[in-house]
Ligand binder design. Sequence first.
Ligand SMILES: [Zn+2]
Length: 511
Amino acid sequence: MSERFYITTAIDYVNQKPHLGTAYEKIGADCMARYKRLAGFDVRFLMGNDEHSTNVEREAIARGLDPLEYCRAMSEEFRAAWKALDISYDDFIHTTEERHVRSVRELFERIHRNGYIYKGKYEGFYCESCEEFIVEKDLVDGLCPRHKLAPKIIREENWFFALSRFQEPLLRHFGEHPDFVRPQIRRNEVMNVITGGLEDVSISRAGKTWGIPLPIDASHVIYVWFDALTNYISALGFGGGDPALFDRYWPADVHVIGKDITRFHCIIWPAMLMAGGVEPPRSVFAHGFISLGGEKMSKTRGNVVDPVRMAGAFGSDALRYLLLREVPFDRDGDISDEVFLGRYNADLANDVGNLLSRTVAMVSKYLGGSVDAGPPGDGGWFGGELASALESYRAHMDRMEFSRALGAYWAVIQRANRFIEERRPWDIAKDPARRGELEETFRELLAALRTTGVVLAPFMPGKMRELLGALGAERLTLADLPEAAVGASGLAPRSPLFPRIKPEDAGRIAG
Ligand SMILES: [Zn+2]
């Protein structure tokens, strides 16, 4: 049986539509899921919506809707966005679903039975936008540093999770799994928090009705983060449902999240699992944030980008490529119309698009659309450049270094375009005695193009399907690469894969 790979993204609050930052995370995770599928893995890719938030309840009430009704409507919006961006999740969970509620209760009860949940008094601050308890030293001028809003002061009897007892187990886990948190900079931050000492955390809210009631105290609901984190196992049928599914995919290979929620995913979540006697995930990858023309995207600045509109402007494939090429996944990065336009025309219209159109046009004109397969061992392939670029691509992809993987592979595409200029097939074609040389030239180019179609497919699934289709190589996967020198038949001139975008059509990002 093939090796399995379970990848998840953060689930999103549904009180606002998905924005470009949210989309960036899903696109990165989707790229990884597609890459692993192409490499032959048994992949499970989970996404979902976080619905038991006070923000969601408040937004629903403000619109005069029942919260559940509102969540259903928003779910349509999210799914439509993910469809427009060609996100290939295998399962999509809503935290109001019965299968989720059952798992949350089960995990809570196990942790309680194991003696890690107790009743205490919470007195402190709570930011309702973060849905997070905040300690005083983290306030800036008395405000939540993220939302610049005054936190609520809460005094209530609460149920607590004994997080403090997991300092040692967590440190041991980090020691035994050096790649548990990536990139390294996030790992260091999290390690500093753990070594600095952990305090118990409140895991219930009193007097609320929107949420999952505590199995041991119906006057409280389970704190939204405890509820939300459990989605990664509830979607696998933890505590009921389908034990085979859980056994097959848990522990997750990677939780893909934003760098602002590492405390929940790298400290509280593994501790919750340990407390419940469940194995922690294998790794957490914290991506960076996108800014726009040097400015942070935010509602108040009014520069929040709608990814669906942007996909309409550049095409969903191009948008996916441009984001993952321009913003290294483990870091913050900036985008702008100028940069996107330049890269689109240079990388996609020129490098990839021209290589395809020129090659098929010449094969059609000089060889009637067919190239014979080469003799065995005829693997010139730019002197092994293709094989080594592939190796480098794979190494970077396995570490979710998408931009570097693309950078490493791009040498092949550029080399192939130079190869056309050097060989001058239009001159070779004039001499019938050089037919063998002509065919060999196109075999090289076809090899580069076919490989390109597979390598770029996780980034641009639709366009690469088109490219491979034009070469009659739809079924090619990473496992087939590098291949022996292949031929092709029935090649015909085609319209550009990536039509050029004129500068006057810029201004597409901000709308
Ligand atoms: Zn806040």
